[in-house]
Design a protein around this ligand. Structure first.
Ligand SMILES: Cc1cc2nc3c(=O)[nH]c(=O)nc-3n(C[C@H](O)[C@H](O)[C@H](O)COP(=O)(O)O)c2cc1C
Length: 136
């Protein structure tokens, strides 16, 4: 089993729907308990469980300082995934923290950073999966 720093479950809620326009749609989750502890804010490589299925992606926990209306959010971009999962209960397993959440001067700069995050996260995930392929 892949080692996990922390896991959070909750239903997928509608975000601002901006992620879709940026090319990185995200599932935003409402934690099951409002006062739940969560990992330190930042960007993480993640495993996502939806029912019996496992997926992988990159998650952000924080206040999204680049956006004009910043608010606390836990969200994940699931790689190679395009299903509608609003209302579904999902679990995000935070596997490895990759960076701090940053304030960018423009959405273009944020997207360039997310492209870099995707490359870095896919590399991290492939080494996680290789390391664990004999111990599932
Ligand atoms: C991997 C990842 C990294 C992110 N990094 C940042 C960041 O450094 N700064 C920031 O303001 N928002 C960051 N975000 C949040 C985006 O601003 C947010 O996903 C986008 O605006 C879409 O929001 P929506 O789902 O509410 O439409 C990140 C999101 C993801 C998935």
């Amino acid at each position: 089993m892949t080692s996990t720093l922390f896991s959070i479950s909750g239903p997928v809620i509608r975000g601002k729907q901006l992620g879709r326009k940026l090319g990185y749609p995200t599932a935003n989750i409402k934690p099951a308990n409002e006062s739940l502890y969560h990992p330190y804010t930042g960007v993480y490589a993640a495993r996502i469980d939806i029912g019996p299925d496992h997926y992988y992606g990159m998650a952000n926990i924080g206040f999204r300082p680049t956006l004009s209306e910043s608010s606390f959010t836990i969200e994940v971009n699931i790689f190679d995934f395009s299903k509608d999962i609003y209302g579904r209960n999902i679990t995000i397993h935070f596997l490895q923290r990759t960076r701090d959440e940053l304030k960018f001067n423009s959405l273009d700069e944020l997207v360039r950073q997310m492209e870099q995050d995707e490359r870095e996260t896919r590399t991290i995930l492939s080494s996680f999966l290789n390391a664990n392929s004999n111990s599932q």
